[in-house]
Design a protein around this ligand. Sequence first.
Ligand SMILES: Cc1ncc(COP(=O)(O)O)c(C=O)c1O
Length: 152
Amino acid sequence: MSSMPMLPFTRPCIDERTISDVAAVLRSGWLTTGPGCAELEAALSTRFGGRPVRLVNSGTASLELALRLCGIGAGDEVITTPLSWVATANVVLAVGATPVFVDVDSRTRNIDLDRVEAAITPSTRAVMPVDWPACRSTATTCMRWPGGTACG
Ligand SMILES: Cc1ncc(COP(=O)(O)O)c(C=O)c1O
């Protein structure tokens, strides 16, 4: 083992309440969609003003679900960043669409909105930026075009 100090990618917040809540779920025998899921969906819905909330099992699943809910599929293009986890582009392929990579801004590491505009074609259905808040050195900016909005 190296004695080098670990530089955490993210530092999770795991307190005693989290541990005891997880233990309660494990003891209940419900490892998938048990009553705890319905409770969390209801609590989140209340927090977001009554909007419908559904839990999914991963970030990848949520991205794919979002694309499917938007009706994105074969023949469509989705503009995204090359600076992300592979799931970002993989979900575009999973729904049968084509990922179109646009380079990032060298200061923010977020997708460069000035370059996004040039990549929009009649087949563009969405822009999937990835926000790297730790790298952001400028305020978020948004662009709009007929049928879409992107923030970076
Ligand atoms: C930007 C981004 N999108 C999607 C994912 C995939 O999330 P998950 O591992 O929960 O499927 C990750 C995971 O690191 C990510 O960093």
